[in-house]
Write a new protein. Structure first.
Length: 291
C-alpha cells in the first residue's frame, strides 16, 4: 500500500479568520511507526508541516490489518479545516518487467558486513564531531540503505529458493492473493507466478520496516521487529535518512539537522548491525528447520 494525496486543503485561523491554502506537494509522507495488534501489524503513516501562521499541522493514516486503510486523522490544532485533501491508501502497482534481470547476491549478509566495516573505517578516518558534517551524513545514509538492501535481497533469495515460502506469500499477501491469470497466460509463460512474486518483492520499499516485518513473518516465520534492540531509534534513522537524501540534511521546515555527530552515526551503525545479525541468525535457523 502507498499513500495518495490530492487537491488543496483550506484552513481557517481560529483567531484572525484568515483562510490559508495548503498544497498537497507540501506534505511529505513517511511510515513513522508500527505496532502488533490482534489481526497482525498496524502501520502508521504521517505527514507534518509547521505553518508560519497556523503552527503544527498533521495528517495521519493507519493501515490495519495489512492491506486495509483502517483510520485517517487530520489535526489542525484549534483551527478549522474548511476543505481537506483527498488522501488515503491505495495499492501500488510495480512497473512491468521491472527487476526481472536483477540477480540476487549469494550472500547478502556478507555484503552488508563489508559495507559496515568500510563505512566505519571511513567515518573513523574522515568523520568529524560536527553534527552537520557532510561525510557523516553520507555514511549515515549509506548505513540505512545497506539495511534496506540486506532486507530486500535476503527475503527475495529465501523466497525464490523455497516453494513453501513462495506459496505462503501468494496465499497471505493481499497484493499477490488478488492476482488472477488465465490458462492461456500460464501456458505461454511457465515462470509467470515466480515472475509476479519477484516483481512484487522488488517493488516493496524496504525502509517501511513494519511492512517488511509482515512479509518476513508470512514467508519465513520471522518477526524482524521483535529482534530490534531499539525499534524507536530504527524508525527514527529511516526518517533522518530521508531528510539526508531528499533534503540535503535539512528537515521539512528548512532547519539544518545537526544530529549527525561522529558518535551518533557510529551508534546507529552498531544498532543496525546488531539488528541485521539477529535477523540473519533467525532466518538461518528457520531455513535449517525446513531442510
Amino acid at each position: 500500500m502507498e499513500v495518495y494525496c490530492k487537491g488543496t486543503a483550506r484552513i481557517r485561523h481560529k483567531k484572525t479568520g484568515e483562510i490559508y491554502d495548503i498544497e498537497n506537494d507540501e506534505l511529505d509522507w513517511d511510515a513513522v511507526g508500527g505496532d502488533e495488534r490482534q489481526m497482525g501489524s498496524e502501520i502508521h503513516y504521517e505527514a507534518m508541516i509547521e505553518h508560519p501562521d497556523l503552527g503544527d499541522l498533521s495528517w495521519g493514516l493507519w493501515e490495519y490489518p495489512i492491506g486495509i486503510e483502517n483510520y485517517r486523522e487530520t489535526n489542525a490544532g484549534p483551527h478549522e479545516v474548511i476543505r481537506d485533501f483527498d488522501y488515503g491508501l491505495e495499492r501500488s502497482e510495480p512497473e512491468p518487467d521491472e527487476w526481472l534481470d536483477y540477480t540476487v547476491p549469494d550472500d547478502p549478509f556478507t555484503i552488508f558486513m563489508d559495507s559496515y566495516h568500510h563505512t566505519g573505517d571511513l567515518l573513523a578516518d574522515h568523520g568529524k564531531d560536527n553534527g552537520g558534517h557532510l561525510l557523516n551524513r553520507m555514511v549515515f545514509s549509506h548505513q540505512v540503505t545497506a539495511l534496506e538492501a540486506y532486507l530486500g535481497d535476503t527475503l527475495l533469495k529465501e523466497v525464490m529458493a523455497d516453494t513453501g515460502a513462495m506459496q505462503r506469500l501468494i496465499d497471505q499477501d493481499d497484493d499477490l492473493a488478488k492476482e488472477k491469470f488465465t490458462l492461456a497466460e500460464i501456458s505461454k509463460e511457465a515462470g509467470l507466478v515466480e515472475r509476479k512474486v519477484r516483481e512484487h518483492l522488488r517493488s516493496i520499499l524496504y525502509h517501511n520496516l513494519a511492512k517488511v516485518d509482515v512479509l518476513y513473518n508470512i514467508a519465513l516465520g520471522v518477526r524482524i521487529l521483535t529482534l530490534a534492540g531499539d525499534k524507536k531509534s530504527l524508525f527514527k534513522a529511516v526518517l533522518l535518512r530521508h531528510d539526508c537524501v531528499h533534503r540535503n540534511g535539512f528537515d521539512k521546515d528548512g532547519n539544518e539537522l545537526k544530529v549527525f555527530t561522529k558518535a551518533f552515526v557510529q551508534n546507529t551503525a552498531d544498532l543496525i548491525k546488531a539488528f541485521v545479525e539477529d535477523i540473519e541468525k533467525a532466518v538461518r535457523a528457520q531455513s535449517a528447520g525446513r531442510l
